[in-house]
Structure formats: structure tokens, C-alpha cells
Design a protein around this ligand. Structure first.
Ligand SMILES: [Zn+2]
Ligand SMILES: [Zn+2]
Length: 131
């Protein structure tokens, strides 16, 4: 079953698989991303505004790359990205190391409670079937 969608970038219709944009635009985005990586590698002292200016990629998008862990932050960008939980300066991702550990623990606990709920449900099921 094919799902046709309109590409939000170029407005063309394309066969939707998983990417929200069409293959052409995706390729273009990859090229842009590569140029950003190259620029940051060659100009590690540039801050976010400068990188944005030189690559034509908005600061918001650059930050998204960093938060997705795709772009390593350069020396010039230090302090521009902060942990979403505690505000500590970080080098990549969304949280600082301390908060990553805390968040992971929370996720573990969530899974634990879920597991217990499922076990409870099974027991309830068995009780019901007996009657
Ligand atoms: Zn497109
Ligand atoms: Zn933090």
C-alpha cells in the first residue's frame, strides 16, 4: 500500500516511506548537513551565529542537529547549548551527563511499573477465567 504525500519543502508529491520530506529534499538536507559538519570541523572557533551565517542553516536547525547528537559541538559553540533539565552547559544531546543518568533511571522505573501492571493483569485474567 503506497502512501502519497506532499513534500513540505518543494511541494511535490512523493511516495511516503518514513521521512517527512521527499527523497530529493532529503538528499539536499544531507548535503547541507555535510557542509555544516565540514565547516564546524574547519572552523572550530566559530560560534553558533557564525556557523549559521556561513552555512545558511538556521541556528535553530543547528541546535536540532546537536540535540539529535548528529553534530559535535565546536569550541566556539561551548556554552550555547544547555541541558534541558538543569541548564548546565553541554556538548551535545539534550541533557548533561548527570541528568542523562537521572532520566534513564526514570525510564527504568517506568518500565518496572509497567511490567508489574502487566503481571497484575495476567493474574486478574486467570481469576476471571476460573469463574
Ligand atoms: Zn521535496
Ligand atoms: Zn542537567
Amino acid at each position: 500500500m503506497m502512501e502519497m504525500r506532499n513534500c513540505p519543502k518543494c511541494k511535490r508529491v512523493f511516495n511516503y516511506i518514513s521521512s517527512p520530506i521527499c527523497p530529493d529534499c532529503e538528499k539536499e538536507e544531507e548535503l547541507v548537513f555535510d557542509s555544516v559538519v565540514d565547516y564546524v570541523k574547519n572552523n572550530p572557533e566559530s560560534n553558533l551565529a557564525k556557523v549559521s551565517q556561513e552555512t545558511g542553516v538556521s541556528a535553530k536547525k543547528l541546535l536540532r542537529y546537536v540535540k539529535e547528537g548528529r553534530l559535535e559541538i565546536s569550541k566556539g559553540m561551548h556554552g550555547e547549548i544547555r541541558c534541558e533539565k538543569c541548564g548546565a552547559p553541554i556538548l551535545k544531546g539534550r541533557y548533561c551527563d548527570t541528568c542523562v543518568i537521572a532520566v534513564n533511571q526514570q525510564i527504568d522505573e517506568m518500565f518496572e511499573t509497567k511490567k508489574q501492571d502487566t503481571i497484575k493483569m495476567h493474574v486478574m485474567d486467570r481469576i476471571k477465567h476460573r469463574n
